[in-house]
Ligand binder design. Structure first.
Ligand code: GDD
Ligand code: MG
Length: 326
């Protein structure tokens, strides 16, 4: 079984963290998101994966190398971003001989890829999409079912009112090589806007319903939420890299701290993501903020919810109203 992983794009909604690090390498319990995907693929018997990349490529290659969890990795480099469909066409030499998987690289889930592929082979459709239920489908691709899990309609990011159901595209598909005929070469194509609606009209699109935990790491709150999904015991624990130094009396709740950051004494850090190599002083209270790599925060400062601080800034005064410090 082969899989193509979509890990390009700029992840602008995760800035400033995504300026220096691609979203697929954001750690969850000190393991990058993409490794959860690769490990799950390996357990399903996948032996070869194509990584569709265009941004911060060296960082990705340096981290993953040529093989991971027994999966041989091929890098498929787009000169300019080709969207979510173009990369499939670009990698067609790897994909033209058998059914394959396509995965969005920013999803944490426990989808059984083997079961998805089996269902796809049985129903003989061009594409079988994994679907999950959410409260607000408007941020996602949404489907309307016909009988026997056929997908009759696919709408990408409809308004809440227009959404045909609350079953959404979970960013994990099994595809038949026939899909390659639906994607023009060398063009930026959205598979969700330009290909899936067409397949639905032609009765070639099926759904595979998934009921387990699922999250798309699109914005900082989702990243914090993904970390909570992986928590088992202590509900308010944080994900802190082992190299982080923490002073006496500091409380760090529901937060994520990347490597080589140092945190002084009697701080209160809640619902916050702090990048790598930051220096956080003493008696600081930070709530609901995103702090980029290499930031220094001086003593006796309060940083309030919604604040984002760009890499290498020095914060010398409290930020009482949320803003971006660039
Ligand atoms: N190689 C490559 N090139 N990858 C890309 C590009 C590109 O130009 N643009 C985006 N990607 C990757 C992203 O890194 C991500 O892993 C995946 O494609 C999906 O892009 P997002 O930007 O995260 O899309 P989304 O979350 O708004 O919507 C998509 O995912 C939802 C589920 O999380 C759609 O597939 C929705 O239909 C779906 O519901
Ligand atoms: Mg996404």
């Amino acid at each position: 079984m082969k899989a193509l992983l979509l890990i390009g794009g700029l992840a602008t909604r995760l800035r400033p963290l995504s300026l220096n690090r691609p979203k697929c390498l954001f750690p969850l319990q000190n393991k990058p998101i993409i490794e959860y995907l690769l490990e799950n693929l390996s357990n399903a018997g996948c032996k070869e994966a194509i990584l569709a990349v265009n941004n911060l490529v060296d960082t990705i290659e340096r981290h993953l190398g040529e093989e991971k969890y027994g999966i041989k990795l091929h890098y498929s480099l787009e000169e300019t971003p080709l969207g979510t469909g173009g990369p499939v066409k670009l990698a067609q030499k790897y994909l033209c001989d058998d059914d394959f998987l396509v995965l969005n690289g920013d999803i944490l889930s426990f989808i059984d890829y083997r079961a998805l592929m089996n269902k796809h082979k049985n129903n003989k459709s061009t594409a079988t999409l994994t679907l999950t239920q959410v409260k607000d489908p408007s941020r996602f691709g949404v489907v309307r079912f016909g009988s026997n899990d056929a997908i009759k309609e696919f709408v990408e990011k409809p308004t809440k009112e227009e959404a045909p159901s609350n079953w959404i595209n979970a960013g994990c598909y099994a595809l038949n090589p026939e899909i390659l005929d639906y994607i023009p070469a060398d063009k930026k194509i959205s598979i969700e806007r330009e290909v899936f609606p067409k397949l639905a009209d032609e009765n070639k699109l099926k759904g595979y319903r998934y009921y387990g935990e699922w999250i798309d790491i699109g914005v900082p709150d989702d990243y914090l939420q993904a970390h909570k999904i992986l928590q088992t015991k202590n509900e308010r624990a944080s994900s802190i890299h082992p190299s982080v130094k923490i002073g006496i009396g500091s409380k760090i709740l529901d937060s994520i701290i990347w490597e080589n950051t140092s945190i002084g004494n009697t701080n209160e850090i809640t619902d916050t993501i702090i990048g790598a190599n930051c220096i956080i002083g003493d008696r600081i209270k930070i709530t609901g903020a995103v702090i980029g790599d290499g930031v220094t925060i001086k003593n006796d400062i309060i940083i309030s919810t919604g604040t984002r601080v760009w890499p290498n800034k020095i914060v010398e005064a409290s930020i009482v109203e949320a803003k971006e410090i660039k």
